[in-house]
Design a protein around this ligand. Structure first.
Ligand code: PLP
Length: 379
Protein backbone atom coordinates (compact mmCIF):
# COMPACT_ATOMS: atom_id res chain seq x y z
CA UNK A 1 0.00 0.00 0.00
CA UNK A 2 1.15 3.48 -0.85
CA UNK A 3 2.30 5.09 2.43
CA UNK A 4 0.79 8.40 1.26
CA UNK A 5 -2.57 6.65 1.30
CA UNK A 6 -2.22 5.68 4.95
CA UNK A 7 -0.91 9.06 6.07
CA UNK A 8 -3.12 11.11 3.77
CA UNK A 9 -5.41 13.62 5.47
CA UNK A 10 -9.12 13.11 5.93
CA UNK A 11 -9.81 15.83 3.36
CA UNK A 12 -7.26 17.39 1.05
CA UNK A 13 -6.86 19.44 -2.11
CA UNK A 14 -3.59 18.37 -3.67
CA UNK A 15 -2.12 21.05 -5.93
CA UNK A 16 0.44 19.79 -8.44
CA UNK A 17 2.83 22.68 -9.07
CA UNK A 18 4.64 20.69 -11.75
CA UNK A 19 1.38 20.68 -13.68
CA UNK A 20 1.17 24.50 -13.36
CA UNK A 21 4.66 24.81 -14.85
CA UNK A 22 3.73 22.41 -17.63
CA UNK A 23 0.52 24.29 -18.43
CA UNK A 24 2.30 27.63 -18.60
CA UNK A 25 5.10 26.26 -20.77
CA UNK A 26 2.56 24.67 -23.09
CA UNK A 27 0.42 27.81 -23.38
CA UNK A 28 3.48 30.04 -23.75
CA UNK A 29 4.59 27.94 -26.73
CA UNK A 30 1.06 28.14 -28.17
CA UNK A 31 0.75 31.92 -27.96
CA UNK A 32 4.36 32.96 -28.65
CA UNK A 33 5.52 35.61 -29.29
CA UNK A 34 2.71 36.94 -27.09
CA UNK A 35 3.60 36.94 -23.41
CA UNK A 36 1.69 35.37 -20.54
CA UNK A 37 0.09 37.08 -17.58
CA UNK A 38 -0.73 34.38 -15.03
CA UNK A 39 -4.02 35.26 -13.34
CA UNK A 40 -3.92 34.24 -9.68
CA UNK A 41 -6.93 36.16 -8.32
CA UNK A 42 -9.24 34.55 -5.74
CA UNK A 43 -6.27 32.83 -4.07
CA UNK A 44 -5.09 31.37 -7.34
CA UNK A 45 -8.58 30.09 -8.22
CA UNK A 46 -8.54 28.32 -4.86
CA UNK A 47 -5.15 26.67 -5.42
CA UNK A 48 -2.99 29.06 -3.34
CA UNK A 49 -1.98 32.33 -5.03
CA UNK A 50 1.68 32.61 -4.01
CA UNK A 51 2.56 28.98 -4.75
CA UNK A 52 0.83 29.09 -8.13
CA UNK A 53 2.37 32.49 -8.95
CA UNK A 54 5.89 31.19 -8.32
CA UNK A 55 5.29 28.04 -10.37
CA UNK A 56 3.77 30.07 -13.22
CA UNK A 57 6.74 32.44 -13.29
CA UNK A 58 9.09 29.44 -13.33
CA UNK A 59 7.05 28.03 -16.22
CA UNK A 60 7.59 31.19 -18.25
CA UNK A 61 4.88 33.67 -17.31
CA UNK A 62 6.15 37.27 -17.32
CA UNK A 63 3.29 38.98 -15.51
CA UNK A 64 0.85 38.26 -12.70
CA UNK A 65 -2.75 39.46 -12.66
CA UNK A 66 -5.20 39.74 -9.79
CA UNK A 67 -8.55 41.42 -9.24
CA UNK A 68 -8.03 43.29 -5.97
CA UNK A 69 -5.12 45.40 -4.79
CA UNK A 70 -5.05 43.46 -1.51
CA UNK A 71 -4.33 40.32 -3.47
CA UNK A 72 -1.43 42.04 -5.22
CA UNK A 73 -0.06 43.46 -1.97
CA UNK A 74 -0.19 39.98 -0.40
CA UNK A 75 1.86 38.59 -3.30
CA UNK A 76 4.43 41.37 -2.86
CA UNK A 77 4.46 40.51 0.85
CA UNK A 78 5.26 36.91 -0.11
CA UNK A 79 8.39 38.23 -1.85
CA UNK A 80 7.14 38.01 -5.44
CA UNK A 81 8.50 40.91 -7.46
CA UNK A 82 7.26 40.13 -10.99
CA UNK A 83 5.28 42.77 -12.92
CA UNK A 84 1.77 42.70 -11.51
CA UNK A 85 -1.60 44.19 -12.44
CA UNK A 86 -4.74 44.60 -10.30
CA UNK A 87 -7.94 45.76 -12.02
CA UNK A 88 -10.98 45.79 -9.74
CA UNK A 89 -10.97 48.57 -7.19
CA UNK A 90 -12.92 49.45 -4.09
CA UNK A 91 -14.13 53.04 -4.62
CA UNK A 92 -12.42 53.80 -1.29
CA UNK A 93 -9.17 52.08 -2.29
CA UNK A 94 -5.93 53.91 -1.61
CA UNK A 95 -3.65 53.45 -4.58
CA UNK A 96 -0.45 54.87 -3.03
CA UNK A 97 0.60 51.67 -1.20
CA UNK A 98 0.19 49.79 -4.49
CA UNK A 99 2.20 52.35 -6.44
CA UNK A 100 4.90 52.22 -3.77
CA UNK A 101 5.06 48.44 -4.25
CA UNK A 102 5.31 48.70 -8.02
CA UNK A 103 1.85 47.24 -8.63
CA UNK A 104 0.26 48.35 -11.90
CA UNK A 105 -3.26 49.69 -11.72
CA UNK A 106 -6.01 48.74 -14.12
CA UNK A 107 -7.89 51.98 -14.69
CA UNK A 108 -11.57 51.79 -15.60
CA UNK A 109 -12.69 55.40 -15.17
CA UNK A 110 -11.48 58.99 -15.20
CA UNK A 111 -11.90 59.02 -11.41
CA UNK A 112 -9.50 56.08 -11.09
CA UNK A 113 -7.05 57.81 -13.42
CA UNK A 114 -7.06 60.89 -11.17
CA UNK A 115 -6.70 58.66 -8.10
CA UNK A 116 -3.68 56.99 -9.69
CA UNK A 117 -2.12 60.40 -10.33
CA UNK A 118 -2.77 61.42 -6.69
CA UNK A 119 -1.17 58.19 -5.51
CA UNK A 120 1.88 58.94 -7.63
CA UNK A 121 2.28 62.24 -5.82
CA UNK A 122 2.05 60.52 -2.43
CA UNK A 123 4.35 57.64 -3.40
CA UNK A 124 6.68 60.08 -5.18
CA UNK A 125 6.95 57.97 -8.31
CA UNK A 126 4.82 57.68 -11.44
CA UNK A 127 1.88 55.28 -11.25
CA UNK A 128 1.99 52.52 -13.86
CA UNK A 129 -1.49 52.16 -15.30
CA UNK A 130 -3.24 50.00 -17.87
CA UNK A 131 -6.29 51.73 -19.29
CA UNK A 132 -9.14 49.27 -19.50
CA UNK A 133 -11.47 49.96 -22.39
CA UNK A 134 -14.97 48.53 -22.29
CA UNK A 135 -15.44 46.99 -25.73
CA UNK A 136 -18.78 45.33 -25.10
CA UNK A 137 -18.73 43.29 -21.89
CA UNK A 138 -20.47 46.22 -20.17
CA UNK A 139 -18.86 45.33 -16.87
CA UNK A 140 -15.66 47.11 -15.88
CA UNK A 141 -13.68 49.36 -18.20
CA UNK A 142 -13.87 52.90 -19.52
CA UNK A 143 -17.09 53.35 -21.47
CA UNK A 144 -16.54 54.06 -25.18
CA UNK A 145 -17.97 57.56 -24.76
CA UNK A 146 -15.19 58.33 -22.25
CA UNK A 147 -12.27 56.87 -24.20
CA UNK A 148 -11.32 60.21 -25.79
CA UNK A 149 -11.31 62.30 -22.58
CA UNK A 150 -9.56 59.50 -20.66
CA UNK A 151 -6.86 59.18 -23.29
CA UNK A 152 -6.42 62.95 -23.42
CA UNK A 153 -6.07 63.16 -19.63
CA UNK A 154 -3.68 60.19 -19.57
CA UNK A 155 -1.45 61.94 -22.11
CA UNK A 156 -1.37 65.07 -19.90
CA UNK A 157 -0.59 63.08 -16.78
CA UNK A 158 2.08 61.09 -18.56
CA UNK A 159 3.72 64.31 -19.79
CA UNK A 160 3.61 65.61 -16.21
CA UNK A 161 5.44 62.45 -15.09
CA UNK A 162 2.61 61.35 -12.81
CA UNK A 163 1.38 58.29 -14.67
CA UNK A 164 2.89 55.97 -17.20
CA UNK A 165 0.41 54.20 -19.46
CA UNK A 166 2.12 50.87 -19.58
CA UNK A 167 -0.81 48.95 -20.99
CA UNK A 168 -4.16 49.07 -22.73
CA UNK A 169 -6.58 46.22 -22.22
CA UNK A 170 -10.09 44.94 -22.49
CA UNK A 171 -11.97 41.73 -21.73
CA UNK A 172 -14.05 39.54 -24.05
CA UNK A 173 -17.59 38.32 -23.49
CA UNK A 174 -16.83 34.96 -25.20
CA UNK A 175 -20.30 35.31 -26.67
CA UNK A 176 -19.55 34.07 -30.18
CA UNK A 177 -16.62 34.20 -32.62
CA UNK A 178 -18.30 37.10 -34.45
CA UNK A 179 -18.96 39.07 -31.27
CA UNK A 180 -15.41 38.45 -30.00
CA UNK A 181 -14.08 39.67 -33.36
CA UNK A 182 -16.19 42.82 -33.05
CA UNK A 183 -14.71 43.44 -29.59
CA UNK A 184 -11.19 42.93 -30.94
CA UNK A 185 -11.92 45.44 -33.69
CA UNK A 186 -13.28 47.97 -31.19
CA UNK A 187 -10.24 47.45 -28.98
CA UNK A 188 -7.81 48.00 -31.85
CA UNK A 189 -9.65 51.25 -32.71
CA UNK A 190 -9.13 52.34 -29.10
CA UNK A 191 -5.44 51.41 -29.26
CA UNK A 192 -5.09 53.38 -32.47
CA UNK A 193 -6.62 56.52 -31.01
CA UNK A 194 -4.47 56.21 -27.89
CA UNK A 195 -1.33 55.88 -29.97
CA UNK A 196 -2.38 58.74 -32.22
CA UNK A 197 -2.80 60.88 -29.10
CA UNK A 198 0.76 60.09 -28.05
CA UNK A 199 0.52 57.08 -25.74
CA UNK A 200 2.95 54.22 -26.33
CA UNK A 201 1.72 51.24 -24.28
CA UNK A 202 4.18 48.42 -23.83
CA UNK A 203 1.45 45.74 -23.63
CA UNK A 204 -1.93 45.53 -25.34
CA UNK A 205 -3.92 42.63 -23.92
CA UNK A 206 -7.38 41.27 -24.53
CA UNK A 207 -7.57 37.47 -24.46
CA UNK A 208 -8.10 35.25 -21.44
CA UNK A 209 -7.64 31.47 -21.70
CA UNK A 210 -10.54 30.77 -24.05
CA UNK A 211 -9.53 33.29 -26.69
CA UNK A 212 -5.79 32.76 -26.17
CA UNK A 213 -6.25 29.20 -27.41
CA UNK A 214 -8.95 29.54 -30.06
CA UNK A 215 -8.72 33.14 -31.30
CA UNK A 216 -5.07 33.74 -32.32
CA UNK A 217 -5.74 37.29 -33.63
CA UNK A 218 -6.68 38.32 -30.10
CA UNK A 219 -3.32 37.37 -28.57
CA UNK A 220 -1.71 40.76 -29.29
CA UNK A 221 1.25 41.43 -26.93
CA UNK A 222 0.04 39.37 -23.99
CA UNK A 223 -2.70 36.97 -22.94
CA UNK A 224 -4.18 36.77 -19.45
CA UNK A 225 -4.31 33.09 -18.54
CA UNK A 226 -6.37 32.10 -15.55
CA UNK A 227 -8.24 28.80 -15.75
CA UNK A 228 -5.73 27.30 -18.20
CA UNK A 229 -2.96 27.58 -15.58
CA UNK A 230 -4.97 25.24 -13.42
CA UNK A 231 -5.39 22.71 -16.22
CA UNK A 232 -9.11 23.27 -16.50
CA UNK A 233 -10.63 23.75 -19.97
CA UNK A 234 -12.38 27.11 -20.30
CA UNK A 235 -15.10 26.04 -22.69
CA UNK A 236 -17.55 23.82 -20.78
CA UNK A 237 -18.37 22.09 -24.08
CA UNK A 238 -16.83 18.73 -23.29
CA UNK A 239 -13.35 19.67 -24.55
CA UNK A 240 -10.95 17.92 -22.18
CA UNK A 241 -7.78 19.21 -20.59
CA UNK A 242 -5.81 16.51 -22.41
CA UNK A 243 -7.18 17.67 -25.77
CA UNK A 244 -5.84 21.14 -24.97
CA UNK A 245 -2.46 19.75 -23.85
CA UNK A 246 -3.16 20.79 -20.24
CA UNK A 247 -2.74 18.85 -17.00
CA UNK A 248 -5.32 19.26 -14.21
CA UNK A 249 -3.59 20.82 -11.20
CA UNK A 250 -5.99 20.12 -8.34
CA UNK A 251 -7.07 16.77 -6.98
CA UNK A 252 -9.82 16.96 -4.37
CA UNK A 253 -9.75 13.88 -2.23
CA UNK A 254 -10.62 12.44 1.13
CA UNK A 255 -10.78 9.17 2.99
CA UNK A 256 -13.91 7.07 3.44
CA UNK A 257 -15.27 7.79 6.91
CA UNK A 258 -17.80 4.93 7.18
CA UNK A 259 -19.09 1.99 5.17
CA UNK A 260 -22.50 0.44 5.65
CA UNK A 261 -24.44 -2.34 3.98
CA UNK A 262 -28.10 -1.44 3.42
CA UNK A 263 -31.11 -3.46 2.32
CA UNK A 264 -33.47 -2.70 -0.55
CA UNK A 265 -35.80 0.16 0.35
CA UNK A 266 -33.43 1.84 2.83
CA UNK A 267 -33.50 5.63 2.60
CA UNK A 268 -30.27 7.60 2.80
CA UNK A 269 -29.36 11.17 3.74
CA UNK A 270 -31.71 14.09 4.39
CA UNK A 271 -35.19 13.85 2.94
CA UNK A 272 -34.68 10.29 1.63
CA UNK A 273 -34.37 11.61 -1.90
CA UNK A 274 -32.77 8.24 -2.64
CA UNK A 275 -33.70 4.74 -1.51
CA UNK A 276 -31.76 1.58 -2.23
CA UNK A 277 -33.33 -0.30 -5.13
CA UNK A 278 -31.38 -3.40 -4.09
CA UNK A 279 -29.15 -4.47 -1.27
CA UNK A 280 -25.96 -2.42 -1.63
CA UNK A 281 -23.01 -0.80 0.12
CA UNK A 282 -22.85 2.91 0.92
CA UNK A 283 -19.58 4.72 1.58
CA UNK A 284 -19.51 7.99 3.49
CA UNK A 285 -17.33 10.74 2.01
CA UNK A 286 -16.29 13.42 4.52
CA UNK A 287 -16.70 16.48 2.30
CA UNK A 288 -19.83 18.55 1.90
CA UNK A 289 -21.07 21.88 0.74
CA UNK A 290 -19.03 23.66 3.43
CA UNK A 291 -16.03 22.26 1.59
CA UNK A 292 -17.30 23.42 -1.79
CA UNK A 293 -19.02 20.24 -2.92
CA UNK A 294 -22.14 21.72 -4.51
CA UNK A 295 -25.43 20.53 -2.99
CA UNK A 296 -26.87 20.99 -6.47
CA UNK A 297 -24.85 17.91 -7.50
CA UNK A 298 -26.79 15.69 -5.06
CA UNK A 299 -27.68 12.46 -6.82
CA UNK A 300 -25.65 13.52 -9.88
CA UNK A 301 -21.93 13.78 -9.09
CA UNK A 302 -19.51 10.88 -9.16
CA UNK A 303 -16.33 9.99 -7.28
CA UNK A 304 -13.53 7.52 -7.89
CA UNK A 305 -12.49 4.91 -5.35
CA UNK A 306 -9.56 2.74 -6.39
CA UNK A 307 -9.86 4.20 -9.90
CA UNK A 308 -13.55 3.15 -10.29
CA UNK A 309 -16.46 5.55 -10.52
CA UNK A 310 -19.35 5.50 -8.10
CA UNK A 311 -22.43 7.77 -8.00
CA UNK A 312 -23.34 10.22 -5.27
CA UNK A 313 -26.68 9.15 -3.81
CA UNK A 314 -29.05 11.26 -1.74
CA UNK A 315 -28.45 14.82 -0.60
CA UNK A 316 -25.00 16.28 -0.22
CA UNK A 317 -24.88 17.70 3.32
CA UNK A 318 -22.65 20.32 4.91
CA UNK A 319 -19.86 17.94 5.85
CA UNK A 320 -20.51 14.67 4.08
CA UNK A 321 -22.29 12.72 1.40
CA UNK A 322 -22.86 9.09 0.41
CA UNK A 323 -21.83 7.12 -2.62
CA UNK A 324 -23.31 3.81 -3.73
CA UNK A 325 -20.43 1.40 -4.27
CA UNK A 326 -22.62 -1.63 -5.02
CA UNK A 327 -20.86 -4.84 -4.05
CA UNK A 328 -17.41 -3.32 -4.30
CA UNK A 329 -15.03 -4.13 -1.47
CA UNK A 330 -14.51 -0.67 0.01
CA UNK A 331 -13.12 -0.02 3.48
CA UNK A 332 -13.04 2.83 5.96
CA UNK A 333 -9.89 4.85 5.26
CA UNK A 334 -9.82 4.13 1.51
CA UNK A 335 -9.00 7.10 -0.67
CA UNK A 336 -11.89 8.72 -2.49
CA UNK A 337 -11.21 11.19 -5.29
CA UNK A 338 -13.91 13.73 -6.08
CA UNK A 339 -12.04 15.18 -9.01
CA UNK A 340 -8.56 15.16 -10.44
CA UNK A 341 -6.89 13.93 -13.59
CA UNK A 342 -9.40 11.94 -15.68
CA UNK A 343 -6.39 9.95 -16.93
CA UNK A 344 -6.43 8.22 -13.51
CA UNK A 345 -10.13 7.36 -13.75
CA UNK A 346 -11.16 10.31 -11.60
CA UNK A 347 -13.96 12.67 -12.60
CA UNK A 348 -12.81 16.13 -13.73
CA UNK A 349 -13.71 19.47 -12.16
CA UNK A 350 -15.73 19.95 -15.36
CA UNK A 351 -17.78 16.82 -14.55
CA UNK A 352 -18.71 18.37 -11.19
CA UNK A 353 -19.48 21.65 -12.94
CA UNK A 354 -21.92 19.79 -15.18
CA UNK A 355 -23.41 17.85 -12.25
CA UNK A 356 -24.05 21.16 -10.46
CA UNK A 357 -25.38 23.02 -13.54
CA UNK A 358 -22.35 25.27 -13.19
CA UNK A 359 -18.81 25.50 -14.54
CA UNK A 360 -15.48 24.08 -13.41
CA UNK A 361 -14.29 27.61 -12.49
CA UNK A 362 -16.87 27.68 -9.71
CA UNK A 363 -15.98 24.18 -8.52
CA UNK A 364 -12.25 24.85 -8.01
CA UNK A 365 -12.60 28.38 -6.62
CA UNK A 366 -15.12 27.41 -3.94
CA UNK A 367 -13.22 24.66 -2.14
CA UNK A 368 -13.76 25.64 1.48
CA UNK A 369 -11.21 26.72 4.09
CA UNK A 370 -11.55 23.44 6.03
CA UNK A 371 -9.81 21.58 3.20
CA UNK A 372 -6.03 21.85 3.52
CA UNK A 373 -4.14 22.55 0.32
CA UNK A 374 -1.08 20.38 -0.16
CA UNK A 375 1.36 21.77 -2.71
CA UNK A 376 3.24 19.03 -4.51
CA UNK A 377 6.57 19.67 -6.16
CA UNK A 378 7.59 17.20 -8.85
CA UNK A 379 10.02 14.68 -7.30
C1 PLP B 1 -10.34 36.33 -14.44
C2 PLP B 1 -9.88 37.14 -15.56
C3 PLP B 1 -9.03 36.59 -16.54
C4 PLP B 1 -8.69 35.12 -16.61
O1 PLP B 1 -9.74 34.43 -17.26
P1 PLP B 1 -9.66 32.86 -17.54
O2 PLP B 1 -10.90 32.57 -18.31
O3 PLP B 1 -9.67 32.21 -16.19
O4 PLP B 1 -8.42 32.60 -18.29
C5 PLP B 1 -8.50 37.44 -17.49
N1 PLP B 1 -8.81 38.76 -17.50
C6 PLP B 1 -9.64 39.31 -16.59
C7 PLP B 1 -9.93 40.77 -16.67
C8 PLP B 1 -10.21 38.53 -15.61
O5 PLP B 1 -11.05 39.09 -14.73
Amino acid sequence: MNPRHVLAPFREAVVDLGAVRHNVRHLAATVAPARIMAVVKADGYGHGAAAVARAALEGGADWLGVADLDEAIALRGAGIDAPMLAWLHDPAARFAPAVARDIDLGVSSLAQLEAAAEAATIADRPANVHLKLDTGLSRNGIAATDWAPAIERAVELERAGRVRVRGLFSHLANASPAEDAAQLEAFLRGVESAEAAGLAPEVRHLASTAAAIRFPEARLDMVRIGIGLYGVPPYGDGTTAAELGLRPVMTLRGRIAAVRRVEEGTGASYGYTWRASRSTTLALVPLGYADGVPRQASGRGEVAIGGRRHPVVGRIAMDQFLVDVGDEDVAVGDEVVLFGDPGTGAPSADDWGDAADSIAYEIVTRIGPRVPRTHLEPS
